[in-house]
Ligand binder design. Structure first.
Ligand code: SF4
Length: 457
């Protein structure tokens, strides 16, 4: 159950002193409930009430950091089962595997590919988060040598071996970089938990398809003093994908709804299992891996290990991640201001659109690909698209005129003609009245703008 602002308010000092930066304790409680404020911002809150609130506000799923430095990645932290109830925090970390039996050149090439894979979507750079180093050779010395190759690499590491000796050897090399230890099992849990405590590293608990046993072993790990645990109930594919998803859902329900301390941890998925019995055509295996990853990301996977590293395989996975982890309460937006495209001068056309990120990047892409030279005025509509902003009243004459004044567009061009989207035709008169400019109603689709300008400009 999500903690409400009223639950929080009951434990606040209720003096409305304003030292937290809010007008009242109730306003501060509302901010805390939305994770938009820190408890420590209230200097009057101390002792038992502070402790009680800190526990109450601890996320249902523990936040765990893997790696160190700028590329360290945090997983978990979620509060709810459904995104519309709040939002999802800390996007799923996507790792790609490397094996300790790869030759140096193949190892280095794949490592570079993993580190450098990135692309931009709606203004955000999407990239991979970690390397999963597998002890495929079964040899502790080889595992250690492979770990050495990652020692100076900034990317976080997941060390994969069920052999405590091999894990110990690799941790001796990169234990200080806070890798995720994968994995403790029923057979090695004592040795692996000792290693996790010795190196202060998070540890994954692998208990295939048996949540009762997972509960027992999770408790055992916690009682040994380990705090940062990641749960892997096994990734089964084909007809068994339903069982995998059921396990993931059950773990998250137990964490969020039951606050079961043995399950309040991030979940790990391994879509790379698709490569155990690969399809004849490698492309099909990669597609299978990507769809498995997408399905499990939809069902609470907080960290995933994949094998393929082609951009076409990663694009749907990382794009889905971006969509799932966008705060549904806040439309994505760009800065409202004047943007220049191509080479502009005093004769350049002036076009207006809204600051909804998807709208802006679609328009920008069309202007760039059409090699259009123009000024683009981006209106603050609280991140709403053109038709929604017109209907909601944010795209209006007054707002448009104010933006034109603020940006000083009058001084940049020697004409007074403004092109607005076809979807904003109904406010053209209002903009003319408020701005004194001639308003030209443009196309409904920005892909038609280059051809439209060629005709009228
Ligand atoms: S600082 Fe504390 S007591 Fe003062 S208004 Fe904020 S929450 Fe209330």
């Amino acid at each position: 159950m999500k903690v409400t602002a009223m639950d929080i308010y009951k434990l606040l000092p209720k003096t409305n002193c304003g030292k937290c930066g809010e007008a009242s304790c109730m306003a501060f409680a509302a901010k805390l409930s939305q994770k938009e404020a820190e408890l420590s911002a209230c200097p009057q809150l101390k002792g038992a009430d502070f402790e009680k609130l800190a526990n109450m506000l601890a996320p249902a799923v523990r936040e765990i950091k893997i790696g160190t430095g700028d590329r360290a990645v945090t997983i978990g932290g979620d509060e709810v089962l459904y995104r519309y109830e709040l939002t999802y925090y800390n996007p799923t970390a996507v790792a790609v595997d490397l094996s300790d039996d790869m030759d140096d050149s193949a190892f280095d090439q794949k490592l570079v590919k993993i580190k450098n894979l990135e692309f931009e979507r709606t203004g955000e750079i999407l990239k991979l988060n970690a390397v999963a180093l597998r002890n495929k050779s079964g040899d502790a010395e080889k595992f250690k040598k492979a770990a050495e190759k990652l020692k100076d690499s900034e990317i976080p590491v997941i060390l994969c071996s069920f052999d405590p000796k091999a894990m110990d050897a690799a941790l001796d090399v990169i234990g200080s970089k806070r890798p995720l230890i994968y994995a403790a099992t029923e057979n090695n849990i004592d040795e692996m938990s000792e290693l996790a405590l010795k190196h202060n590293c998070p540890i994954s608990l692998f208990v295939p398809n048996d949540l009762e046993k997972m509960k027992q072993l999770s408790r055992k790990l916690r009682e040994s003093g380990v705090k940062d645990i990641v749960l892997d109930p096994g990734t089964y594919i084909g007809e068994a994908i339903g069982d995998t998803m059921d396990n993931f859902i059950m773990i998250r329900r137990l964490a969020v709804e039951e606050k079961d301390d043995d399950f309040r941890f991030p979940i790990l998925a391994v879509p790379a299992v698709c490569w155990i019995n690969p399809e004849e055509d490698e492309i099909l295996t990669k597609m299978k891996e990507a769809t498995t990853a997408a399905a499990l990301m939809n069902r609470y996977a907080d960290v995933m290990i994949l094998h393929g590293v082609d951009i076409w395989e990663m694009m749907p996975v990382l794009t889905l991640r971006q969509s799932l982890y966008t705060d549904p309460r806040k439309p994505q937006s760009v800065e409202a201001k004047i943007y220049e495209f191509g080479t502009v001068d005093e004769n350049s056309p002036v076009i207006m659109t809204t600051n909804f990120a998807l709208t802006y990047y679609t328009v920008a892409g069309d202007l760039k690909s059409g090699k259009v030279n123009c000024y683009l005025l981006v209106l603050d509509t609280n991140g709403k698209a053109v038709d929604v902003a017109v209907a909601g009243g944010q795209f209006n004459g007054k707002a448009a005129a104010e933006l034109m004044k603020e940006t000083g567009i009058e001084k940049l061009v020697n004409h007074k003609k403004l092109i607005i989207p076809g979807l904003a035709a109904s406010v053209s008169g209002d903009i003319e009245d408020q701005s004194g400019w001639e308003v030209i109603v443009g196309t409904r689709d920005s892909s038609e703008v280059p051809a439209f300008l060629a005709k009228i400009w």
